[in-house]
Ligand binder design. Structure first.
Ligand code: HPA
Ligand code: ZN
Length: 335
């Protein structure tokens, strides 16, 4: 099964670039940027990666991201992720980035996006991957700050496919961001939003009805609301599920308790993703392997999840078809 997963063509749609910052690179950047860290060693830093919930993770994640200062830092971070994704037969990625995490520390928006974009161009040229960029607003900050971020992004409009919403979910409902998403849609951005990870199903309704989300990040709590499940099923609105993240952040007590089989059985479009792989113990193939092991998913179910990842992407239809054809040929040729 590991070998089957390793060669399975797939797309990754829920991935925070700041969440791919491995401790080794984090330490190297801290050293060269003269940034003091609380942890004395890479081992001590890794040992601190034990989380009780989303907020306890976010505190460490934002602290780690503070080592990123220069365009070169963002380039190196993004290139390292693309190399790993390519080695895991990821054909297409839609990468989220959190500009406010950096602009609030005085790093210009242009520095962030120029570094990331240069790496994406490298990935397109050298690895033959296709890449999209999703600008994610931090929901623990006010809507005015999100609006200022959107305005800062407009000169880079052609490099960004969608806007999203992430960070602390509880107490920060999508309804607080209606105007900024309305403006983003008017500017032609596609829309995704984190909802129903820790927050209630009502936040998923709000993401759909008030923000115009075309895809829901996480969304695992949808199952608590039968009407919502019906809506997601009839409109085939994709969920980007991150199994290792959900277990590490205690959304589920263990992988065997994950509700992925119920989401699939309900006829929902579900995809498998790594979220913040440097913090959650594995990249996308480890996520596929963990659900195969703990939930007993077979090859055809894993292939269907990979197919859904292409269908749920923002790729043009012709590209989706080409990826689905490659996937079908791979499955057919697999012993
Ligand atoms: N949820 C919310 N915000 C985030 C996450 C997540 O899983 N990862 C990085 N920022
Ligand atoms: Zn996420």
């Amino acid at each position: 099964m590991r070998a089957f997963i390793a060669g399975l063509p797939k797309a990754e749609l829920h991935l925070h670039i700041e969440g791919t910052l491995e401790p080794e690179l984090l330490f190297a950047m801290a050293r060269r940027n003269g940034h003091a860290l609380r942890s004395e060693s890479i081992e001590a830093l890794r040992a601190a990666y034990a989380f009780d919930d989303l907020q306890s993770f976010l505190d460490i994640y934002y602290e780690g991201a503070a080592v990123l200062r220069t365009e070169e830092d963002f380039y190196e971070l993004t290139r390292a992720y693309l190399e790993r994704a390519h080695a895991e037969t990821v054909r297409h990625v839609e990468i989220s980035f959190d500009p406010q995490t950096h602009t609030d520390r005085g790093v210009p928006f242009g520095t962030v996006i120029d570094g990331i974009s240069a790496a994406l161009d490298w990935g397109r040229e050298e690895l033959g991957m296709s890449c999209g960029l999703i600008l994610s607003f931090l929901r623990h900050l006010p809507e005015e700050a999100a609006m200022a971020t959107l305005e800062a992004a407009l000169p880079y409009r052609d490099r960004i496919v969608a806007v999203g919403l992430d960070s602390s979910e509880q107490g920060h409902p999508p309804r607080d961001f209606v105007r900024v998403f309305e403006r983003a849609r008017a500017e032609g951005f596609r829309v995704v939003a984190h909802a129903g990870e820790e927050g209630p199903p009502d936040y998923i309704w709000q993401a759909l009805d008030l923000l115009g989300a075309e895809r829901i990040d996480h969304g695992v709590r949808a199952l608590e609301d039968a009407k919502l499940v019906e809506r997601l099923r009839t409109e085939q609105i994709p969920l980007t599920i991150c199994p290792l993240s959900n277990v590490l952040l205690k959304v589920f007590p263990e992988m065997a308790a994950h509700n992925l089989p119920e989401l699939i059985a309900a006829g929902l479009v579900v995809t498998i993703n790594s979220d913040d792989p440097a913090y959650f113990g594995g990249y996308v193939n480890a996520n596929y392997a963990s659900i195969a092991d703990a939930l007993g998913l077979d090859r055809s179910q894993l292939a269907e999840l990979a197919a859904a990842s292409f269908r749920a992407s923002f790729l043009p239809d012709a590209d989706k078809r080409a990826h689905l054809d490659e996937l079908a040929a791979y499955v057919k040729a697999s012993p």
